[in-house]
Design a binder for this molecule. Structure first.
Ligand SMILES: O=C(O)CC1=NCN=C1
Ligand SMILES: [Zn+2]
Length: 427
């Protein structure tokens, strides 16, 4: 007889397979979520063996031994959630900025005063690799508890070669030891460090001439990201950094048009970035250029919520224009201190006016495309990783609707139950 089924998840009231056209989903395609009533998922060797209507799955595995069963009790099951934009590895926290925010001091003013990112840089430089690892692991456990099975993690709080490598080594150690898959992005161009204040171009030289080659040599990151923003890095400096990164074989990402419109979205399309992040101030020309170039827009509604922004990313316009939209927490100690992709679901619906179907697409298959992992995760299709989340909910709309709590009941990662009854049982 053929090999055993290691795990059969059955009696799934609503199974979201995300099965659909290849490539990132855009336009009306973002509402195609491959939903099945009365579903099941059969898993072997950590991969999906069969997924769909329970009777079909049972036919496909007929004759095979079933080693473990999980009764979904008629509830909702989705692919593992993917968080394609986090600043997971960092030292300290910035709750002291809350009082400044309440007094009306803006995010960029705090940064200009040497606070913001730069205060996290001080705390990250002062932290040992082990301290950073322990703190990031705690956050990664929280992300897992809230349904994230793959997470992107950026550096960018070291801003010296040694401290950037320290952050990236922590992400690598998490990838090697934690149940959650961690995808690393080098973001030495997150801010100009105080020792280079006023000499941004000299710091850009350090990033392109020293840091990028060394990160590549050590194989410590797949992507390179840059904060293209007023008072941080100009479009020209961002172009120089991303061109150097592309020449070394990195995938490209860009924090674009977060607060002011510098035409970062246009630059993302020009350079063929895999994704562009934030985009609150992106122009229609920029978004259309992204649609033409197939750049994934990663929207970060928890950030615009937390910054009390007067506007949010124009996700509805992006979807109409054919830009593939993904979502992420932007987990970071300044503009978005949260690990909850479920909060992101609620804010994506209420502030970005996305439907629950578009939101789950943006947190699975499109998020997978934003980090170059759509061949392995992002949908429950034969041969893909068996990463799945079972919720204490009957349907998809219930997740963003009932906000502020964690709906996750069970998480399966590569076929292993790693969260059950809302507790991490194996990370
Ligand atoms: O403020 C931070 O620490 C992270 C951030 N980078 C760009 N926007 C926010
Ligand atoms: Zn960010």
């Amino acid at each position: 007889a053929q090999g055993a089924v290691d795990l059969l998840v059955h009696n799934v009231g609503t199974l979201i397979t995300m099965r659909g056209a290849p490539g990132p989903r855009s336009g009306a395609g973002m509402a195609e979520i491959g939903a099945v009533a009365g579903g099941a998922v059969a898993i072997a060797d950590g991969l999906i063996l069969a997924a769909g209507r329970e009777e079909d799955v049972r036919d496909q595995i007929a004759g095979r031994a079933i080693l473990q069963e999980l009764d979904a009790q008629g509830r909702l099951l989705t692919p593992g959630l993917i968080d394609p934009h986090t600043h997971l590895v960092h030292g300290g926290s910035r709750e002291h900025e809350l009082a400044l925010k309440l007094r009306g001091v803006s995010y960029l003013e705090i940064l200009a005063q040497g606070g913001g990112i730069l205060s996290t840089v001080e705390m990250t430089r002062a932290a040992t690799e082990d301290e950073l690892y322990a703190k990031a692991k705690k956050s990664l456990d929280t992300m897992l508890l809230h349904g994230a099975t793959t997470v992107e993690a950026k550096s960018g709080y070291g801003l010296t070669l040694e401290d950037e490598l320290k952050q990236l080594r922590v992400a690598k150690r998490l990838q090697e030891t934690h149940a959650v898959d961690v995808v690393s992005t080098f973001m030495g161009a997150h801010a100009v460090p105080k020792e280079y204040k006023g000499c941004a171009d000299a710091y850009v030289e350090l990033v392109t001439g020293v840091m990028l080659p060394e990160v590549k040599r050590l194989g410590l990151a797949e992507f390179c990201d840059v904060f293209c923003e007023h008072g941080v890095f100009t479009v020209d400096q961002s172009r120089a950094i991303l061109r150097a990164a592309r020449a070394l074989g990195f995938g490209l990402k860009i924090h674009a048009d977060e607060i002011e419109s510098l035409c970062g979205a246009e630059l993302a399309a020009e350079l063929g970035c895999i994704s562009a992040e934030h985009l609150l101030a992106a122009t229609d020309e920029g978004l259309n250029a992204m649609a033409q170039a197939g750049v994934v827009a990663v929207c970060l509604p928890a950030t615009s919520f937390n910054l009390c922004a007067s506007r949010h990313a124009r996700a509805r316009a992006m979807i109409e224009m054919g830009v593939p939209v993904a979502l992420a927490t932007d987990d970071n100690p300044g503009s978005s201190p949260t690990e909850s992709l479920q909060l992101v679901m609620t804010l994506a619906c209420l502030h970005l006016r996305m439907t629950p179907e578009e939101v789950i697409t943006a947190l699975t298959i499109n998020a997978a495309h934003a980090i170059g992992r759509a061949d392995r995760v992002g949908s429950l299709e034969v041969g893909k990783q068996a990463d799945l989340v079972l919720y204490d909910a009957q349907n998809l709309a219930y997740l963003p609707y009932h906000f502020g709590i964690n709906h996750v009941d069970t998480v399966v990662k590569k076929g292993r139950i790693v969260v059950t009854d809302g507790k991490v049982v194996s990370s």
